[in-house]
Design a protein around this ligand. Structure first.
Ligand code: TAP
Length: 517
């Protein structure tokens, strides 16, 4: 780790400001990487008030990449103050919606120019396979910024035909206004993408923001902050406070000047956050939480496609995917063949260095998570599920877990009910033709994030889509998310949508104006 003083020339718009920060410089993936390791508050990279730092580790080799500043309650307060000033009286509050859109487009262009650097940083910090990081973690992030940049000057209210107070006339119209200072708290599975899904909608709506990324994967958020300066986004509009959930996260959720909180993470912490938001100042909250998404495979499906996509539904991003299929229900008549094929194909998965272009399966995100997954496998075995394949940590440096397949999983088992958040396929059998029975079992969970069905029978597919209790339904596909389509769960998977037009409403308030004439 080299720490250098670097002068960044700000090239955005007419701005001529320079930003100075202490950079981490390393070489990886054939690139010279340079990124900040300090808090980003009011347009500047600064140390935490306590000087405390947190290490961030490369899960592929278990080496510390660098130390990142760890925000205190005071640091959060300073960042919220900056965001409040920027919202109330800064340049951001004065520019037009169209100019705001131009800035966000510029930011997306800069992310595009730096996509290889961003994807490499994401890969070494989170263990994401580089090719996937480039396409999904970074690629979809850029698309998200472009999508919401386009919305900036299309956010509008309506005119409403209210009853007149005779003899006078009345007119009501609504205005969609930004909420103010918004707090975002994000997890470690898609660090830059989770930031982008929330922040792009939040800024498009005209708010200012303070984000706390997951403590184990903070680096792309900091690189992003650097790019935001280059894009000309004014000071205080974006603030990044790296640190812990229990201190910085809690301070954001409880801050009286934060008016909205967007959270993605576990259901358990989601409950804590909602309570904190209620008790502090009743701030608006949206929660994208855990899942145990059912995937139902009927015997009349295209079996090879169901095997291929069934594997992706579980193993995509080494299972660290909130919409991962947590449980597969396979119709009796194809059950054994499905398992034979899925085991055969899973054996071919290339596990290894995420930066290697032929690797398709990288290490788990961090050690504590790997340990939890190994425990999860042990519980499955103890409960009597059949371990068809995998389940072992690889004998090499890094947090590598073999993709794992369990069959003969019964409804009462722990692994049938609990989310693993790892590459563990959990397969149960259902009776031939028993659509009602399998739907009942698929819905017998407190989660309701996503679901999937494989069948060539459109009636079956539509009946499933109608009755399954999940915010997302995939038919003959899986993981097919798009920036224009709303994303978010039901039941204890939370509420409020990311992406699509609906996401804007999470960051807007509606004001109704009535005039008498
Ligand atoms: P969590 O432990 O819930 O952490 C998420 C974020 O909340 C982290 O930034 C964490 O900080 C912070 N946090 C922890 N305690 C907090 C508190 N008391 N107050 C405020 N913030 C706090 O989740 P995770 O382990 O990172 O992620 C895995 C979970 O996220 C899974 O259950 C997964 O299903 C879910 N997830 C859901 C979705 C969607 S879209 N529904 C997407 C991705 C992940 P630290 O970094 O310090 O822990």
């Amino acid at each position: 780790e080299f720490c250098l003083n670097v002068i960044m020339k700000k090239r955005g718009g007419n701005a001529k400001a320079e930003i100075e920060y202490r950079a981490v410089e390393i070489e990886a993936n054939g690139l010279k990487l340079k990124f900040p390791c300090q808090l980003f508050i009011d347009g500047e990279f600064v140390d935490a008030e306590t000087g405390k730092t947190l290490p961030t580790v490369n899960p592929a080799n278990e080496e510390t990449i660098c130390h990142v500043q760890c925000a205190s309650v005071k640091d959060v307060d300073r960042a919220v103050g900056a965001a409040k000033r920027a919202f109330e009286s800064g340049e951001w509050s004065k520019i037009s919606a169209r100019e705001r859109g131009q800035m966000l487009y510029k930011l997306a262009d800069l992310m595009q120019q730096h996509r290889e650097e961003l994807a490499t940083i994401e890969s070494i910090d989170s263990g994401a396979v580089y090719t996937l990081a480039l396409k999904t973690h970074v690629g979809m992030s850029i698309e998200t910024w472009r999508y919401f940049a386009g919305w900036c000057d299309k956010i509008q209210g309506s005119t409403i035909p209210v009853s007149h107070a005779r003899p006078n006339r009345n007119l009501s119209f609504t205005k969609k206004e930004p909420i103010g200072v918004c707090g975002l708290i994000t997890p470690w599975n898609y660090p830059l993408m989770m930031l982008s899904w929330k922040m792009a909608a939040c800024l498009a709506a005209g708010n200012t923001v303070i984000i706390k990324p997951a403590q184990v994967c903070p680096l792309t958020a900091l690189k992003f902050a650097e790019l935001s300066v280059k894009a000309g986004i004014p000071p205080g509009v974006i603030n990044v406070v790296t640190g812990t959930g229990s201190v910085a996260g809690q301070a954001i959720a409880s801050h009286p000047d934060v008016r909205k909180l967007g959270f993605t993470g576990s259901t358990e912490i989601g409950q804590v956050i909602m309570k904190t938001c209620a008790e502090s100042n009743l701030k608006k909250v949206s929660l994208e939480l855990g899942g145990k998404s059912p995937l139902v495979v009927f015997s009349d499906c295209d079996l090879d496609k169901a095997v291929r996509l069934g594997m992706q539904s579980v193993f995509f991003n080494k299972g660290e995917n909130c919409i991962a299929a947590g449980r597969l229900f396979v119709e009796d008549s194809i059950h054994d063949e499905f398992i034979r094929k899925v085991v055969q194909e899973t054996k071919k998965i290339q596990i290894g260095d995420p930066l290697n272009r032929s690797t398709s399966h990288g290490p788990q995100n961090h050690l504590a998570h790997l340990k939890k997954l190994i425990e999860y496998v042990e519980i499955g075995v103890k409960e009597g599920a059949k371990l068809e394949y995998g389940g072992r940590r690889l004998d090499r440096p890094g947090y590598f877990l073999q993709p794992t397949i369990f069959s003969h999983v019964e409804d009462h088992m722990f692994i049938a009910k609990e989310e693993s958040f790892g590459p563990i396929m959990v397969i149960s059998r259902f009776n031939n033709g028993d659509i009602d029975g399998v739907l009942k079992r698929a819905n017998a969970t407190e989660y309701g994030l996503a679901s999937g069905v494989f069948t060539k029978d459109i009636t079956k597919a539509l009946r499933f889509a109608e009755r399954v209790e999940a915010g997302t339904v995939f038919v003959n596909t899986y993981n097919k998310t798009d920036v224009a389509a709303p994303f978010g769960g039901f039941k204890q998977s939370g509420f409020g949508k990311d992406l699509g037009q609906e996401a804007l409403n999470e960051y807007l308030k509606t004001k109704c104006v009535t005039i008498e004439y």
